[in-house]
Design a protein around this ligand. Structure first.
Ligand code: CAO
Length: 423
């Protein structure tokens, strides 16, 4: 018995944000039925293809454990099937541009009429306001949510981050909203609307930067390394480079091999309680009692020089040697791991965080499994569905259509050009 067993999701999502959410729900045991446009399906099936005519890794890695039904929902028959699916499912998840579902004939009021228990969950780029009608992709959300303005170095332009905080981050937010709405439905018997806007999701993840915006009124942010370098603060939160962002200063330092390996670096945190151990490790024992170094306050204006000295030590070790030595003394640090190193990491394989999956047309590939581990509901990662692979099965088993009815519905499950050719 999985955590969400018995919950049926009508997955009308595409690209990354929505599919991330429904994939998580599928890993928790929900029956996720992905509705796709006949012929093309989710646009990502054909994007960034590494093998011609084979579902891309972009698609497969976001759509595990789902079933796929193709349906032209603008065709009267397809629209009718969609209506039946709304009646048969517990949750509808969508991340179309604003207004798409209304235009298809399914505004929230109608969905409630069809199924009062339905939870209608949406991802949009922005919440209500001046930008509510905009189409939004990952980097737009990172920029509009405060991430880009606070990422990068103080003398460089805003930067987007490799972590997909706008898409996958918002998918995570939405999944939590859905599970909460399901819990509430258990007591009220009624569904509700759940909205996660990408701008809001990114801003939520940038919460500490809004904290700093308000702290600026009280003076310079002393834990930012620009403070120690006498670079004045303006009226908004600056980009903080690799500063740790908390009360314990940190920076990325070179390790042995950095000249040729772009990832021979380590993140090093000068946590106050282990300062004396840091002094011993790097060979500066006199810093333990020196007035310029002994206290966190005294160190703040000297962080650049301190990290330069620590780096002289880290450059004599590989990042893994440094990890081993520093962890012996509980000095917080982290190696900069490349995607290659993560893909080969055996401990991540052992926990199911990195999983090898077999696919009928692509063969074996690696994916990220469920990062959230439930002890009584383990996730078993199953390959993504081929386009329309479960169309007949869903029409028959979920909606109860007969063989003859399925034959007539077939028209709405075919790409338009095939229909024209058949005529
Ligand atoms: N049958 C028939 N029509 C279908 C269909 C089906 N099964 N599935 C989708 N469609 C149609 C819709 O009805 C809609 O048509 P209309 O505009 O004529 O009503 C169209 O396909 C899809 O519209 P879209 O505007 O959502 O798609 P897009 O590629 O132009 O935009 C995106 C993509 C992501 C920018 C937009 O969907 C969006 O802003 N979504 C919300 C924010 C979001 O999730 N962004 C993250 C994207 S990356 O994860």
């Amino acid at each position: 018995m999985r955590a969400l067993e018995g919950v049926r999701i009508l997955d009308f999502t595409h690209v990354q944000s929505g599919p991330t959410c429904t994939q998580l729900l599928a890993w928790f045991g929900a029956d996720v039925i992905k509705v796709e446009r006949p012929g093309t399906g989710d646009i990502t099936r054909g994007q960034l293809q590494d093998i011609p005519k084979v579902d891309s890794l972009y698609f497969t890695m976001l759509n595990h454990n789902k079933r796929s039904i193709t349906l032209d929902t603008k065709h009267p028959k397809g629209n009718e099937v969609l209506e039946r699916l709304i009646g048969a499912c517990d949750v509808l998840v969508e991340n179309f541009a604003p207004g798409v579902l209304d235009r298809m004939g399914f505004p929230w009021e109608r969905i409630q009429e069809l199924n009062p228990r339905m939870i209608y969950a949406s991802i949009k780029g922005f919440g209500p306001g001046p930008y509510e009608d905009c189409k939004v992709y990952e980097n737009v959300a990172q920029c509009a949510g405060g991430s880009a303005s606070t990422t990068g170095f103080d003398d460089g332009p805003p930067l987007v981050t490799g972590a997909q905080i706008g898409d996958s981050g918002t998918g995570l937010h939405l999944a939590l909203g859905i599970v909460a709405a399901l819990y509430q439905r258990g007591r009220t018997g009624r569904g509700q609307k759940v909205l996660a806007a990408m701008q809001d999701g990114v801003l939520n993840l940038c919460r500490v930067k809004l904290r700093d915006q308000q702290r600026l009124k009280a003076g310079p942010l002393t834990e930012y390394s620009q403070y120690g370098q006498n670079i004045p603060f303006g009226d908004t939160v600056p980009r903080a480079g690799n500063d740790s962002g908390g009360g314990q200063p940190g920076w990325i330092l070179k390790c042995k091999g950095w000249e040729t390996d772009p990832n021979a670096y380590i993140y090093f945190i000068t946590q106050a309680p282990v300062w004396e151990k840091i002094c011993d490790v790097i060979g500066e024992p006199e810093w333990k009692s020196h007035p310029d170094y002994a206290t966190p306050k005294a160190r703040l204006p000297r962080l650049k020089a301190i990290f330069d000295r620590i780096q002289q030590w880290t450059m004599t070790k590989t990042k893994f040697e440094a990890m081993e030595i520093l962890n012996r003394d509980d000095i917080p640090c982290g190696p900069i791991l490349s995607m290659k190193e993560l893909a080969e990491d055996q401990s991540l394989r052992a926990t199911g965080t990195v999983v090898e999956v077999d696919h009928p047309t692509r063969g074996k590939y690696l994916t990220v499994g469920n990062p959230i581990k439930l002890s009584a509901s383990p996730a078993d990662v199953k390959r993504s569905p081929l386009l329309g692979e479960h169309t007949d099965e869903i029409l028959r088993d979920v909606l109860g259509y007969s063989g003859d009815e399925i034959a007539t519905i077939r028209e709405a499950t075919q790409p338009a050009q095939k229909r024209v050719a058949a005529e």
